[in-house]
Design a protein around this ligand. Structure first.
Ligand code: IPD
Ligand code: CA
Ligand code: CA
Length: 276
């Protein structure tokens, strides 16, 4: 007699990893088509913050990514910056920023990327960041390491902020009041700041050892989830970004190489541990 198996099929994370890399790269290539003719795009402001902008490129790329993922993995949930959420109670939830660095994109600055992360049972499990201007694909799968193209990522060995650059960012959303005190302390301790305009890329740069750390007063999950997987894989540190309701509402973010994390954490004050 044949018994029907009651065991659910194992989750195919490696298929999701392969798909995410292809889809992010294809979306980035499509993004380049828009970028080359960006002067034709109508740019809309999403809020009173002059850097909070969007164009048809962001929306079309998110539609492309969502459709590609849904075709392959119809059971998975989706959360994206431009098109919202669906199926958030699924075991796998994709977290998508079709263009991170839109203010750079519309102004002809090359610091933008496509970022796709995946949560499995609420935990960051894979992340892919495609930067077409610099021909870099950052990618990581939990337990399998983190890479830029084929090269493994490695965080900086620094033990003091004087030894390199620290990424920073803020917007006019809540949290900006903490920005200048942080910068002041960073400079007082001999550190120096860097801002690229893409939170996803700055997070990946910490995993790659290009930046010692990165602090942003308020980010959304689609800005940093893919990079968090990379940092987890290489022994970098982050604050408990996803605590509380940060998946939907965002919150303060800190990432750093192990040797300077505590120094930067002290500069942010305890407010980064407060709920979003
Ligand atoms: C923004 C970028 C920027 C950061 C903002 C984000 P967007 O994302 O990551 O670096 O300072 O907080 O909103 O709007 O370009 O996708
Ligand atoms: Ca973003
Ligand atoms: Ca975006």
């Amino acid at each position: 007699m044949i018994h029907e198996s009651t065991t659910a099929a194992p989750l195919d994370l490696s298929a999701r990893y392969t798909a995410a890399k292809c889809i992010a790269q294809e979306a980035a290539n499509r993004g380049m088509d828009y970028y080359r003719r960006r002067e034709e795009l109508t740019v809309l402001n999403k809020s009173e913050d002059a850097t909070d902008v969007v164009s048809v490129a962001d929306r079309d790329l998110e539609d492309f990514i969502r459709q590609a993922l849904t075709t392959l993995f119809p059971e998975d949930g989706l959360l994206g910056e431009e098109r919202g959420s669906e199926g958030l109670d699924a075991q796998c939830v994709w977290v998508i920023d079709p263009i991170d660095g839109t203010a750079c994109f519309v102004n002809g600055l090359h610091n933008w990327c496509v970022s796709i992360g995946l949560l499995v049972d609420g935990e960051p499990a894979l992340g892919v960041i495609a930067d077409p201007n610099h021909h870099e694909l950052f990618h990581a799968l939990k337990g399998q390491g983190a890479f830029v193209n084929d090269s493994p990522l490695k965080p900086h060995k620094a033990t003091h902020v004087r030894e390199g650059l620290v990424g920073v960012g803020t917007t006019h959303r809540p949290g900006k009041a903490h920005f200048l005190p942080f910068l002041t302390k960073l400079l007082e301790e001999g550190g120096m700041f860097f801002r690229s305009g893409s939170g996803a890329l700055m997070t990946a740069y910490v995993a790659a050892g290009r930046l010692l750390g990165y602090h942003e007063t308020r980010l959304y999950a689609w800005d940093c989830l893919a990079g968090i997987v990379m940092l987890n894989e290489v022994g970098g540190r982050t604050n408990d970004f996803l605590r509380g309701n940060a998946l939907l509402e965002g919150g303060p973010f800190l990432a750093a190489c192990p040797g300077v994390y505590e120094q930067l954490e002290a500069m942010t004050g305890n407010w980064i541990h407060e709920d979003a």
